[in-house]
Ligand binder design. Sequence first.
Ligand code: PHE
Length: 350
Amino acid sequence: MTLIEELQALAKQARADLKEKRAENLDQIRVAYLGKKGKVTAALKAMKDVDPADRKTVGQVGNQVRQEIQGLIEEQKQAQAEKALAKQLAAETVDVTLPGAKPRLGNRHVLQQIMDEIEGHFLGLGYQVIDDPIDSPEIETDEYNFERENLPKDHPARDMQDTFYVTPEILLRTQTSPVQSRVLEKHDFSKGPLKMIAPGKVYRRDTDDATHSHQFHQVEGLVVGKNITMADLKGTLLSIMQELFGEKHQIRLRPSYFPFTEPSVEVDVSWDEVTADTKPEDIRWIEVLGAGMTHPNVLKMDGVDPEEYAAFAFGLGPDRFAMLKYGVEDIRQFYLNDMRFLDQFNERGN
Ligand code: PHE
């Protein structure tokens, strides 16, 4: 067999190999033929024995064979890559006709809904809403939470509010009343009276049970101006109660005690609607909030002259409202984040 025949035989064999082993390791085939110790390389080593007159032709055939094998390998590589890509594309096809996964829609918590309703009502009456961490911090000082609310350190009424202390002077606020002082002491009366509400979380060292939670909510209200009277307080409370319970509900004020108001009242709202025909003895009353005319000491401590200005304040509990309004018997339900419970108060109507 001449060298040319030998090279042509190698080319034929390579074609066959590449056909057969389509998906096989192309690199192995390349090394087997064209590598340093490959078959074509070995055959070409015999060039030195070829008659110099024939060398050119043999060299050309050698090159052709080389190029052919190289070309075939490239072709195969390309074909394999295309096949792999097609396979991947097929696997990753998205069926755009499939129905999408419905995202679960969020919803305001029932307590948030009530607080927003209260806020909306008072915004409509021209009140400011204070709920920033500077004027309404949940971690308070003893001074603002108690002393500025007319509750000095040895005052027995401190027992009304079991407190979480961080240090002897710093605590988790037990009421939103300290926000009154924080805002009032900065108020510029040349710009008019102060009308504010402060919604927020409060904390008490209570053991959780059906009617107590160590954390709950309050919405504080404060109005300071000239000639503010108890009648203004009553009218304001009647308007918010009718907003929350319905227009036909009435309120009644009963004397009570808070250290920072004098006189102080507890406010009841009628459970049923009251009409001209309702006999007073048939009305069922439920207690909903505490309120009163701000104590002159509190005004003085906040830098306001009680001879010139008067004020009323109230503190209402959204948790209690929600319990009454929706017949929820256990306050802990509001804090368990059980979707089955919370979804009953969704605003989507389903
Ligand atoms: N801060 C009182 C409480 O938590 C409620 C209250 C607020 C009463 C304002 C009167 C005036 O019990």
